[in-house]
Design a protein around this ligand. Structure first.
Ligand code: GCV
Length: 645
């Protein structure tokens, strides 16, 4: 692909500059097959010469054991940098590792260092539709323009997808689901008569070691096959899925598999036939099994038609209540895909107890790179620190979330925007997701450094960028969601404050603020009992109002405004203080960005500046609405006498 094909598209973390250390070197690639070819092409594209007496050597070990399908080992001795892998995908990951190292890959001696991915699948889910949806736009919760795959119901030119594949491979991502989990009528046909379009996308991803997956409707046998039922135990339904899947593999031999959102927010599922979610998932797993495919079955199942008057139903409990009893009943190639928190990608949630409740099930943890609830790519909010906290959290004894999960999946934040992600700084989130999925113990701030180096160059004001991004997630939390309370967002689009927006709706997301206090009692003693879904010590820690960490207090407890936090402040004063401080901090972020004027591309500079202006405006709105709301409810004045309306 010539770069001209992508005129006007930002190169993100793979600009020509990032390959400087490889340019003009002699490179040898010992290996055959498409991925080895990609490494050769990349080397040549970087400006290297292919030669036998090379100073950068890529070589297959001929072994299958220590490095696996994707790992590599890198070393340097006698002026030769050597990348070894057991399989060609490892050579490709090794190549991008050399890119990240830059000159350091060619300096001095290097003892052998092994790099093997922690997660076997590192996947992005696109919530893309073929056409513009009347309410959601084309990409559901997308903040970066239209889909890179489709336009006006038809497949787009795939040059952009090839460039995307390359960017993703450079972060370590190896799987992409290309359509929305809410499968509408047109998208359902990607499984059958429009599978050729999926095959074309798969061909664009294949040279970069990325497999394509498809979201499918559980009702496909009815909608597409004309059967009277989609009952998972019906022999005709099983035969339909087997035959349909066989045809998919005829078109795409390395097809990854299906993603299913069932019995959730209006999507059809096995409950409609009185069957369990294990029956549903196993139906598709059985059809995929002969071809080595997998089904990602989402655990995001809850009642979205709750009566707000009903205090006995707790949305946080739903996934565990549905799935924990099914542990051990899923086939090996069924992967239960669990959102990291029990509600829905809020700025702050506890870890979902489902992740620890399924020891006999393959679990994928799902994150949201698209910033639905974290500023919609209008606010700078670097999520690396949040994900790192999630992955390092010791949920089951000393076993962390990263240790419990087989896979990491995230909802993509990419669209046809020239910067890929709307907010140019939101590229760092996509980059960090891939890197953390490969190695969850990486320091998110070092990952940010990598992104800055590759994307903006080594000479930009790094201190200013760290000043803007390092704490931006905590800053976002401080001016939006106090103490683990969620969903104080505008209903529908979820941007901006609306404290009572969801309070009397059927969605099950309430804060229960009254004149005396705020928060959701999820204790076993007096509340919904959700705390009982956690293993020890967390079931006790969260149950106890004294031991519960401040940042989750209102998620687990309803407390009076005068309740004193571990940090010494009352709940109400904490709300005021953090909202004033958060909005001020955003003003400082905007000032810091001005230091990059002249150091980065002027159009990129302007784009970020515009977004920071909006973030300043929006943070002030959040501050004033939240503070005013709680001031009016509680009648408690701000101890510092600041302006509240
Ligand atoms: C794709 C949230 C979002 C929905 C999304 C859903 C999901 O509820 O607001 O847009 O639907 O999560 O994860 O399935």
């Amino acid at each position: 692909m010539s770069t001209d094909e992508l005129a006007g598209v930002h190169p993100a973390w793979l600009p020509p500059r990032a390959f400087r250390a490889i340019a003009a070197r002699r490179v040898a690639v010992h290996g055959t097959g498409p991925l080895a070819d990609t490494v050769r092409e990349e080397a040549v594209r970087a400006g290297a010469t292919l030669a036998e007496d090379a100073e950068l050597v890529f070589k297959l070990t001929g072994d299958r054991a220590p490095l696996g399908d994707e790992g590599f080992a890198i070393s340097r001795a006698g002026g030769v940098t050597l990348v070894l892998a057991d399989a060609p995908a490892g050579l490709l990951h090794g190549f991008f590792h050399v890119v990240r190292l830059g000159e350091a890959a060619f300096t001095g001696e290097r003892p052998v260092e092994r790099h093997v991915p922690a997660m076997r699948r590192r996947m992005l889910d696109h919530w893309d539709n073929l056409d513009v949806h009347p309410v959601m736009g084309q990409v559901e919760r997308g903040y970066s323009g239209g889909s890179i795959f489709w336009e006006a119901g038809a497949q787009r030119d795939l040059a952009r997808v090839r460039a995307y594949a390359r960017l993703l491979a450079a972060t370590g991502i190896n799987a992409v689901a290309i359509n929305n989990v809410n499968v509408h009528r047109a998208e359902a046909h990607l499984l059958t008569d429009r599978v050729g379009e999926v095959a074309a996308v798969a061909a664009a991803f294949r040279p970069y070691g990325i497999r394509v997956h498809l979201s499918v409707s559980f009702a496909s046998p009815v909608v597409l096959g004309g059967l009277p039922t989609a009952d998972p135990l019906d022999p005709a339904v099983r035969a339909w899925w087997a035959e349909t899947t066989w045809r998919v593999y005829e078109a795409i031999p390395d097809f990854g598999g299906y993603v299913v959102k069932a019995d959730s927010e209006g999507q059809p599922g096995p409950f409609g036939y009185g069957r369990s979610h294990a029956d549903g998932a196993n139906l598709l797993a059985e059809a995929l099994e002969p071809f080595g495919g997998v089904v990602h079955w989402r655990a995001f199942v809850y009642n979205h038609r709750q009566d707000w008057r009903d205090r006995s139903t707790d949305r946080a409990r739903a996934a565990y209540d549905h799935f924990a009893p099914l542990d051990g009943q899923f086939r090996d190639n069924a992967i239960l895909q669990v959102k990291y928190g029990p509600i829905d990608f809020q700025t702050r949630e506890p870890i979902s107890p489902v992740i620890a409740a399924m020891p006999a099930t393959n679990v994928a943890v799902e994150l949201q790179v698209t910033q639905e609830y974290t500023g919609q790519q209008r606010h700078a909010c670097y999520l690396g620190p949040m994900w790192s906290e999630v992955l390092r959290f010791p949920l089951a004894g000393h076993v962390t979330v990263a240790g419990l999960a087989e896979e990491l999946v995230a909802v993509s934040n990419v669209g046809d925007d020239p910067y890929w992600t709307g907010h140019p700084l939101a590229q760092a989130n996509l980059y960090a997701f891939g890197r953390l999925a490969w190695e969850p113990s990486l320091d998110p701030l070092s990952i940010l450094d990598e992104w800055v180096d590759l994307t903006l160059g080594p000479d930009v004001d790094r201190e200013a960028l760290h000043g803007i991004l390092d704490d931006s997630w905590r800053t976002y939390e401080s001016y939006t969601a106090p103490l683990g309370v969620g969903f104080m967002v505008r209903p529908g689009h979820h941007y901006g404050p609306d404290v009572d927006g969801y309070e009397y709706t059927p969605w099950g997301t309430y804060h229960f603020a009254d004149r005396d206090g705020v928060g959701v009692d999820r204790t076993r003693a007096t509340g919904t009992g959700f705390t009982g879904q956690y293993p020890k010590p967390w079931s006790d820690v969260y149950e106890s109002v004294e031991r519960c960490p401040d940042e989750l207090l209102l998620f687990f407890h309803h407390v009076p405004y005068g309740h004193v936090l571990h940090n010494g402040a009352t709940v109400i004063q904490h709300i005021y203080d953090t909202h004033f401080a958060g909005a001020e901090r955003v003003e400082e972020m905007r000032r810091l960005w001005d230091r990059l004027d002249g150091q980065v591309d002027p159009a990129l500079f302007e784009r970020v500046r515009e977004r920071l202006d909006e973030q300043v405006r929006s943070a002030a709105e959040w501050r004033d609405q939240i503070n005013t709301y709680f001031h009016r409810k509680s009648g408690v004045p701000d101890a510092k006498g600041r302006r509240i309306y």
